[in-house]
Structure formats: structure tokens, C-alpha cells
Design a protein around this ligand. Structure first.
Ligand SMILES: Nc1ncnc2c1ncn2[C@@H]1O[C@H](COP(=O)(O)OP(=O)(O)OP(=O)(O)O)[C@@H](O)[C@H]1O
Ligand SMILES: [Mg+2]
Length: 423
């Protein structure tokens, strides 16, 4: 199943720090290769993207097809960067993201809290019971308290009797994660971190105040809509819905009996989440399935198209509203919402989200990475930009312990051990 390129994937150069991120999406696969700068920033030196193959709803469903698309993407990025890569940070948005919260208690008995205590708290968190068949992806301490005084971001050096850690754990069904890692292993890539997509997108799009005061980041992709809540500079909740922009496109294709590529074009050229009074008068040409010659096209008012798009988006936001309501049981959900991902680019979507979610909504695009061309800095590139941000940690004062679960013992001891035996 491997090709010549993947077999030869080695990193010959050692001129400074090279980072590589890979976003395996349902619509596109993309890779950013970056070099860290002397000022602590990141400069993208190579970008590759390719139409996604073998990925559905964020999950790899055809390993060979996905592998070929991943290799083509990497070859592309490597050629532009003039660097070969062997290590990547990758996103995960498949399966069903689940958030759990745990309260961990550590006896300090009057001494200073240390790294060791935090490690113990995290290790205890990893022992928490997760639903059968799920794999832990992130383990994030969201709050510490010492002897009842909470709101402590970093307890190291503080003295007390009792240390309490509130932990946020994000898990998903083990099978799609293992399929992803196994596919990457077959591409001769070592995975440094696995980061859930809305976490990465949040790191790329949210401004510091949103991170601190609280915001919900919604990543509207092709096959999934994922979201993460941030509070006090930490991700406190994550969830996903298996509906994305491709569902809107497929509804159009079915509703107007037009091929999927034309449905996609009609959506991006004439689509709108909201109807307007001119929609009845404006006529559009719709090529018909099996009869794509222009003379066979149907002429329909734009309102027909808008009436197909609206209900699917309303359904998506109603699901999101219900999920956010459910999350309020365990975390604070404030009024700020940031929409990103390719599918948020439909005109009128912000107003629709505002009405259904009853929140203050803005469209977010990755702003933390400098020097990207316009076509690589839109909302569809939020996740990949965030994967790079994840390694360089641009959010001032955001302690990193715990978030690197995928690079630490917990994740790859279990997954890595399984991979070694399986391949
Ligand atoms: N201008 C546009 N207007 C409306 N929708 C658009 C526009 N451009 C792209 N899209 C939609 O965005 C979706 C792809 O978004 P994105 O690239 O974020 O998905 P992905 O990351 O590959 O998928 P996922 O995250 O679900 O696995 C497609 O459904 C596409 O139709
Ligand atoms: Mg995506």
C-alpha cells in the first residue's frame, strides 16, 4: 500500500526547527511545513493541499485512498518547502468527541505543590473510567485549588494541605483514532501530537480576551461540525456533530437533480443561509444529472436553492444549541461564539447562528500565523494553523501541562504499543 515517496520519507536537513502539521479533513487534506523563528514565532515555508479521499465525517473509511491523498499532500508541501518531513502534528475530528470532567484530590500535608503532584493528578485522571471502547486524546487541567482557594492556574510553589485539580478529558471511540495513526504510520510519519480539530481551530482563531473570558469555537467543516468551549485560557469542553457543508451540497444535488460538482458551485456562487425578497426574481441555471449541456439546464428562481440550504443549516445550529445547553450542566458557557471552517463562509450564516444560538457571533479565521497568502488564510485553514500554534503555544500564560497527552506516556504507550504489534 505504500508508494515510493512514502518509503523514502526521511528528514535529511537539520537547519533549525522544522514543524509539520497535517489536517486530514473530509473535504481537503492539507499540510503546512513551518520553521520556528529566532523571535519564537513560526514561519510557514511550504503548503500542500489535495482534495480529500477516503475520509468521511472526519474518519478514514478507505485507508489506501486516504494514504495516497496524504502522500500527495506531503509531496506537494515538501517540494515547496525544500524540506522532507518525518514527524507531524495531526488533527482528529472523527468519531464522536466526548468531554468528561474529574475532580482529583492530592494530599500536600503542608508542603509545596510540585511538578510531581501535577503529574500524579494527571496520572490519576488517566485512570478515570471512560466509556467502554473510548480513547483519551486530551487531558487538560482547567482549574486548581489549594485548601479551598480556587482559580489557581499553576499551583507549583504554593503551600497547603489539599490540592484539588479539575481535569477536562476529551476522548473518542478508539477505532477511528487507531485507523488514523496506522494510516500515518504506513506513510512513514511519526505522529508527535493528536489534537482535536476544534481545539486547534480555537488556538488559531480566538483572540486572547476570548480565550480568557470564554468563547465557543465552532468549526464548520465538510463532513463534521465540531466545537470547543474555552474559558480561562483552557479548553473546557469539546463535542461534534456529524453534519457539515457536504450535507448542504448533497441536499442541493438531490433537491435540484444536479451533479454534486454543480451543486457545490451553485452553493458557493449563489448560496445564502437567509432568504431575501429578490430571490424570487433572480433566475439561475441548474445543469441536470445526465444532461449537463447548457441547453438542457433548468432555469429556476434562486429562492429554490435558498429553501434547500436553510433547513440543513438550521438543523445544524439547533443541534449545536442543544449541545451547548447540555454542556451548561458542567461548564460555564458565555455569549461569545466564533464560527470558522470552510462551511462558515456562506453569506448570512452569522445572522442565522446569532438568531438560533442566541449568542454574539463573529466569523474567525486563523490570525496567529503570519505571512500566509490569502488562499491559505481563510476559515478552512483554521485547524491546520492551530496545529502549528499548538506546538508553539502562543497563548500567554496558558500552562501546558496535561495538554501534551498524545506526546506523553499515556497515549502512545497504549496506542503506540498496539501499533507496533499491529503493523
Ligand atoms: N465560499 C463558500 N461558501 C460556502 N461553503 C463553502 C465555501 N467554500 C467552502 N465551503 C464549504 O466548506 C466545506 C469544507 O470545509 P473545510 O475545508 O473546513 O472541511 P474539512 O476540514 O475538509 O472537513 P471536516 O473538518 O468536516 O473533516 C465544504 O463543504 C465546502 O462546500
Ligand atoms: Mg476540518
Amino acid at each position: 500500500m505504500t508508494n515510493d515517496h512514502s518509503a523514502a520519507r526521511k528528514r535529511p536537513s537539520s537547519k533549525g526547527d522544522i514543524l509539520a502539521a497535517l489536517d486530514i479533513g473530509s473535504s481537503k487534506i492539507c499540510c503546512f511545513i513551518a520553521r520556528t523563528t529566532a523571535e519564537g514565532g513560526t514561519r510557514v515555508i511550504g503548503i500542500g493541499h489535495h482534495i480529500s479521499q477516503g475520509v468521511k465525517g472526519g474518519n478514514i473509511v478507505d485507508v489506501e485512498a486516504a494514504q495516497n491523498a496524504i502522500n500527495a499532500t506531503l509531496d506537494n508541501a515538501e517540494e515547496v518547502a525544500g524540506e522532507k518531513i518525518s514527524r507531524v502534528i495531526v488533527n482528529f475530528s472523527g468519531g464522536k468527541l466526548l468531554s468528561h470532567h474529574a475532580d482529583i484530590h492530592i494530599n500536600l500535608n503542608g508542603r509545596e505543590a510540585s511538578d510531581y503532584d501535577i503529574e500524579r493528578a494527571l496520572a490519576m485522571g488517566q485512570q478515570e473510567n471512560l466509556p467502554e471502547g473510548s480513547e483519551l486524546i486530551h487531558l487538560v487541567p482547567t482549574d486548581f485549588s489549594i485548601d479551598g482557594q480556587n482559580g489557581i492556574r499553576d499551583p507549583r510553589g504554593m503551600i497547603g494541605d489539599n490540592l484539588n485539580a479539575k481535569l477536562h478529558m476529551v476522548s473518542a471511540h478508539y477505532a477511528p483514532i487507531r485507523t488514523l495513526l496506522s494510516a500515518l504510520q504506513r506513510c512513514h510519519l511519526h505522529v508527535e501530537h493528536v489534537v482535536v480539530s476544534p481545539f486547534a481551530s480555537g488556538l488559531a482563531c480566538l483572540v486572547d480576551d476570548e480565550m480568557e473570558l470564554g468563547a465557543t469555537l465552532i468549526d464548520m467543516g465538510g463532513g463534521t461540525t465540531t466545537f470547543a468551549l474555552f474559558n480561562d485560557k483552557q479548553m473546557v469542553h469539546a463535542d461534534s456533530i456529524p453534519i457539515g457543508g457536504m450535507h448542504v451540497t448533497n441536499d442541493i444535488a438531490r433537491g435540484l437533480t444536479t451533479p454534486v460538482n454543480h451543486a457545490e458551485r451553485l452553493k458557493t456562487l449563489f448560496g445564502n443561509a437567509l432568504s431575501s425578497s429578490s430571490d424570487e426574481r433572480e433566475m439561475i441555471d441548474v445543469p441536470q444529472v445526465g444532461e449537463e449541456a447548457p441547453e438542457h439546464a433548468n432555469h429556476i428562481p434562486k429562492s429554490h436553492l435558498i429553501r434547500i440550504i436553510g433547513p440543513r443549516l438550521e438543523e445544524t445550529f439547533e443541534h449545536l444549541r442543544d449541545r451547548l445547553k447540555a454542556a451548561e450542566g458542567s461548564v460555564a458557557v458565555n455569549r461569545r461564539v466564533v464560527l470558522t471552517g470552510g462551511a462558515c463562509q456562506l453569506p448570512g450564516i452569522r445572522e442565522m447562528a446569532q438568531r438560533i444560538l442566541d449568542k454574539q457571533v463573529r466569523i474567525g479565521r486563523p490570525y496567529r500565523l503570519q505571512g500566509l497568502s490569502d488562499n491559505a488564510s481563510g476559515p478552512a485553514f483554521a485547524t491546520i494553523a492551530g496545529l502549528l500554534a499548538y506546538t508553539t503555544n502562543p497563548v500567554a500564560g496558558m500552562p501546558r501541562f496535561g495538554q501534551d497527552l498524545s506526546a506523553s506516556q499515556g497515549f502512545f504507550d497504549r496506542i503506540g504499543g498496539w501499533l507496533r504489534n499491529a503493523i
